[in-house]
Design a protein around this ligand. Sequence first.
Ligand code: NOJ
Length: 557
Amino acid sequence: MNEKRAWWKESVVYQIYPRSFSDSNGDGIGDLNGITEHLPYLKELGIDVIWLSPIYKSPNDDNGYDISDYREIMDEFGTMDDFDRMLARSHELGLKIVMDLVVNHTSDEHPWFIESRKSKDNKYRDYYIWKDGKGDNPPNNWQSLFSGPAWEYDETTGQYYLHCFTKKQADLNWENEKVRNAVYDMMTWWCDKGIDGFRMDVISMLSKDPDYPDGEVTDGIYGDLMPYVCNGPHVHEYIQEMNRRVLSKYDIMTVGEAAGVTIDEAKKYANSEGSELGMVFHFEHVNTDATTTPILGKWGYDHPDLKKLRPILNKWQLELEGKAWGSLYWDNHDQPRAVSRFGNDSEKYRVVSAKMLGTLLHMMKGTPYVYQGEELGMTNMVFTSPDDCKDVEEINAYRQYVTEHKMISSEVMLKCFSAVARDNARTPMQWNADKNAGFSTGTPWIAVNPNYVTINAEAAMADKDSVFYYYQKLIRLRHENDIIVYGQFRPLLEDSGEIYAYERTLDGKVLTVACNWTENTVSCDLFDPLAGEELISNYSEHIKGMLQPYEARVVLS
Ligand code: NOJ
């Protein structure tokens, strides 16, 4: 084996979106004590690491991704004592805790920003990115990633500040050494508390193009900022500095959310020498929904095609080999539910296709991430009114494209939301068939998916064929077989439009994986004759030379 071992390469991570996980005090909002209560459930699933979406003090314009105090807990989630108890209990159970680190921007209610906007000579002025406008217009045509302009005019000083996300999420100026030092101090403070790592929010966006040029106009309204804010000129310098000053001093896991990352950039961020981060999230495979709507960007709603997906999955496996470590995910709090998007959420195929997706992902090389409810095969919502939407991204997009510019109908926008909106992932965790799915005794902050009556954790744990137990087995297999963690990847059946297959090899052993991506029975001769031991499959009986609808098979020889 030529790969360097690391605990975070051998781990499976479970992401919790605290607002939607479990509400212990009946206010309709999930909280830290709710998480502590359910740690035994996660232990039973077998995961190693919990990644918590932000739990810091925040006015919640973007559900905690707008932080107003990095060293305090959000009131609705509990107290620092609750956090300490949760951390201690997790560690007792052998579970690690990874925090979300959101340092591309702060809330406009952060004391740094409150000071910064007071005057041009305030000592915090240069903590953020302030520019003069062009006449009556903003400094350039950039659209914020959550619709509308990326610049907000501030009357007090007559300048604009940059916000790549909402106007309540002001971008920090990483060129300012004081900003970087303050961030490193804060990270050190959390590491000293005993946390086990960081998931770094849009870490590829820390360094902006110093010329701030106009972006290409794709939807007829604003310009695209992505080429000028992702992978900028100093981003690797900053991350290497962060590594020297903080990360290298602790045995922690790091994963960078890397919007706009290419393979070549990923090889730098997650290089095997360890001078930057442990791994990054890329977005190529979750950007494969065909865009048949008249607006561009993320709002396409056609089922992703295996022909588009295959080269992306293969490329990331093959090209990182030996050079950088990868991450594996279908779902997170920004994506619709995997079984609805990539699988088939009909009554007939939901369970089997959820298991197929789990197999495809968990047998690949990289660290797998499970998003809360994915292990139950939780599905998308159906949005029938804009009032159903709680996410600022959806609310703003509706306002821009439907209300203000009348580019598409409300009906089409809601169809987009039901397919790809982030709120699909944020409906409450479905614990049981009781009121509000057992999530809360109060009124949940976002509607519960009505299918909780049948799709819930209690039902899954009472059914030995459930998605839950299948995921439990996938996770156990990874812990028991080095080949699943470290084996070299080689694609198989590359011309197939129906089957995604590959093999992993290590120390003379071969692991063969084949997944039928369709609801048809298709021919596949990879397992005939069967040479070896079947480690897992979502069907108990096989048909010779065939894969049944959404069938997945894994054989070790
Ligand atoms: C990426 C996060 O995953 C997303 O939820 C958030 O809205 C943006 N970054 C802004 O912080």
